[in-house]
Design a protein around this ligand. Sequence first.
Ligand SMILES: [Zn+2]
Ligand SMILES: [Zn+2]
Length: 134
Amino acid sequence: MQYLMECSHTSVKVGWPDDVMRCDDIACYAMRRVIAIECREWHVKCNSCKWGRWFGQDEHGAKRAAAKHAHSCMVDYMRHPKLYDTLKRSYSRRVKPFILPAYGGNQLPGVRRYEPAPVLQMLDKVVNPDVPPF
Ligand SMILES: [Zn+2]
Ligand SMILES: [Zn+2]
């Protein structure tokens, strides 16, 4: 799972993160509260038949499968119901189900929509551990 910590750094872990994780960024290297866990995945759904599939964070795999399918498909990056349920059951309500640029999540490799913007770079420099950036 991809997760965002209070210091605005993101990381990836197989399975669910703890409430507090060590941030391995060289600027931090400290225990940080997890403030968001990405519960969206790429999803392909056929417009004509019942075929549909989740692709995790594999955007290219989703688009390739949609192109190969016989009918036209919808490709979407959307909330995965099971992941969202688990998040709601297992974590405090303060943990967000998406990593969005507005939360400071600009470090994810290979996820284009999280590219740093000037505003986010400023957020990185004024992180107050008691006031998460959302
Ligand atoms: Zn950090
Ligand atoms: Zn189909």
